[in-house]
Design a binder for this molecule. Structure first.
Ligand code: GCB
Length: 623
């Protein structure tokens, strides 16, 4: 079937995508470069040099003035040659001869002395390039944790804050054929005005943790494109061009395998939007058959590509509906930490698939909560391909400076960066705006703004947040109550529950605990969990103590029994698939810097509780 091109002003969705004052304020500066990972370009992974700078001498002098020449790691200078040329030249760094490290990776594994380093680290990468005549170039960073200042050939390009979302700078005209010098000052220190705040329950993993690439495009190119199936049965699209030929440009949109070939015309701002009836031969994306289609958008010489699945997500009463059918979310939570005894947040596509395959094939899952911040492109792509539903979250976690308008602006930008990167991923069904944030007026307003932003950037997906509950012991049995005013803004109610681990209950007390939650909407246990050191057993006839595998398994059996008594429960994502590094967790010989609530250990060792959950999910398989 071939569809004729159509684009009608009446169908414009631009108001949602780019219009409106509230919207403009949250959109990140600079290019979107949607599906940047599909554009190829020059991969700047590999060998970089680095130099620690705990006193930030490269940023400022010790009396507070400008940094001195001898400390400015970003200057475009061959330090060794400069020293030889001038006997009085004084340099106290040399990025060309500094220690080497292979990126992307957190710096924790660069050298033993970097394991607990927090602060500023300078990174340099030299590279040659043959820029195409008349082409534009962008440097794109998948993520730098936490803040990055970037220089190319001695010229400052800009700063980015927030360790989990991509950013890019245009560098057209700034490159030379040989020996480009790309320098980043990467600072892992966060303060109370950051998102997340300094205190969390995971390892910080400072550094350049996701790929860096040099992307080349024609003068006018497709900066953003978003396709999705709507609940009305149409495929809707929004496209944004950038460059001198954008206004009124002719654009070709194609979906291979569906016979969709549209010739469209951009408006004066280089944007276009519209919708077509979904072709009859469309295979819906679903966990049991994660069908993806090759999509392309062409303007002149630029071809934007992505692989997109089409599905709907909605709620009806207390059910979550995927493609109109109720689905129970058989999930598990994940941090962005690869298997191994010395992880470095080096989440390659293989590492991501290894974790997700355990969820899908062994745990009988269909859902992952990617906690507590946006995970890398590799992870969400793998979820699309393997067929796992995804909860995607921003690190609005615990104690945020709710009253600070700059913090709100920052959280909104991070949210927008995450949504703009991932709107084409069928796997993502829930955007979460935060985790365990204590109720207050300022917090309620902050979170409500994030919910509103989410809905305006993506009206189709479900919005949630992991909420705190209150415990009431005044009656016959303990009651957990959800009394958070944010609940009324959410499509999916989500709570974390740790009765039987934190608090007074034994695992056996848990099934009688009651839940008092607003009805008529799906409830998800976004967390439940207990720790166990892999291989630590209480043994026969002994009451298991905390951190034994038997205790964790009993906790799971009892908590699942409690869950069975909650009529609106639509799914769960227990805490957590794999033990993960956390500096809060220092019980010797048991934790040693690891949060032990994994169902598997760091190397993939399965604990007893793994089978408890896998069996429970097997009984609830529906896809
Ligand atoms: C929570 C947090 C999570 C922690 C977990 C724990 O409620 O959301 O980040 O790691 O509890 O292990 O205590």
């Amino acid at each position: 079937m071939r569809m004729l091109g159509m684009i009608a002003a009446a169908m414009l969705h631009l108001a949602l995508l780019h219009g409106g004052a509230a919207q403009a304020q949250v959109l990140p500066d600079g290019p979107v470069l949607a599906a940047a990972d599909m554009r190829g370009g020059q991969d700047l992974s590999g060998e970089w040099t680095y130099s620690i700078d705990p006193y930030r001498d490269g940023m400022a002098g010790f009396h507070g003035g400008a940094a001195g020449t001898g400390h400015r790691r970003y200057d475009d200078v061959d330090v060794e040659a400069a020293r030889r040329a001038d006997p009085l030249a004084l340099y106290e760094y040399d990025m060309d001869r500094a220690p080497r490290a292979t990126l992307p990776s957190s710096w924790l594994t660069h050298a033993p002395e970097m394991r607990h380093y927090q602060g500023l680290v300078w990174y340099q990468r030299r590279f040659d390039v043959a820029p195409g005549e008349g082409e534009r170039q962008f440097l794109r960073f998948g993520a730098v944790n936490y803040a990055a200042e970037v220089w190319l050939n001695g010229q400052f390009l800009g700063r980015h804050e927030g360790g989990f979302t991509p950013f890019a700078f245009e560098v057209t005209g700034l490159l030379r054929a040989e020996g480009n010098r790309l320098v980043l000052g990467v600072d892992s220190i966060r303060d109370d005005a950051d998102v997340p705040p300094p205190v969390t329950d995971w390892e910080t993993y400072g550094g350049i943790t996701r790929p860096v690439s040099l992307i080349e495009v024609p003068q006018t190119y497709v900066d953003d494109a978003w396709l999705r199936l709507t609940n009305d049965g149409t495929i809707a699209f929004d496209i944004a061009l950038d460059g001198p030929q954008s206004a009124g440009a002719t654009v070709d949109l194609a979906i291979r395998g569906l016979g969709v070939e549209l010739r469209l015309r951009a408006d004066d701002a280089g944007r276009l939007a519209g919708e077509i009836a979904a072709p009859a031969n469309l295979q819906l994306w679903q966990p049991g058959k994660p069908q993806l289609y090759d999509v392309s958008v062409r303007i002149g010489d630029d071809i934007w590509r992505d692989r997109v699945g089409f599905r709907t997500i909605a709620t009806r009463g207390s059910q979550v509906l995927l493609n109109g059918q109720p689905v129970f979310l058989r999930g598990i939570s994940l941090h962005e930490e690869e298997l191994g005894d010395s992880p470095a947040r080096n989440m390659t596509p293989q590492a991501a698939r290894a974790l997700l395959a355990i969820v899908k094939d062994d745990l009988n899952g269909n859902f992952v909560r990617l906690a507590h911040y946006p995970h890398g492109d590799a992870m969400v792509r793998a979820a699309d391909e393997l067929g796992l539903l995804v909860w995607s979250e921003i690190p609005v976690y615990w104690r945020i400076a709710w009253e600070d308008t700059d913090v709100l602006a920052h959280a909104r930008t991070m949210l927008a960066e995450n949504i703009l990167r991932d709107r084409n991923r069928a796997s993502i069904v829930i955007w979460s705006v935060g985790n365990e944030t204590p109720v207050s007026e300022a917090r309620n307003a902050f979170m409500a703004q994030l919910v509103a932003d989410t809905r305006s950037l993506d009206p189709q997906r479900l919005v949630s947040a992991a909420l705190l509950t209150e415990r009431d012991d005044s009656g016959e049995r303990p009651m957990m109550r959800l009394v958070d005013p944010l609940a009324e803004h959410l499509d999916v109610l989500a709570v974390n529950t740790y009765n039987g681990w934190y608090g007074p209950d034994r695992p056996a007390d848990v099934p009688r605990i009651g839940w008092d939650v607003p009805l008529g909407r799906p409830l998800v246990f976004s967390e439940l969990g207990a720790g166990a050191q892999p291989g630590l057993f209480a043994g026969e006839g002994v009451e298991p103590i905390k951190f034994t595998e038997e205790y964790q398994a009993a906790y799971y059996r009892n908590t699942l029994e409690m869950a069975e008594g909650i009529p609106t429960l639509a799914g769960l994502s227990p805490w957590i698939l794999k033990d993960f590094r956390s500096p809060r967790r220092q019980l010797p010989d048991v934790q040693d810097g690891w949060n032990r609530k994994g169902l598997i250990g760091p190397l993939g060792e399965r604990k007893l509780a793994f089978a408890v959950l896998a069996d429970w999910y097997a009984e609830r398989r529906g896809d």
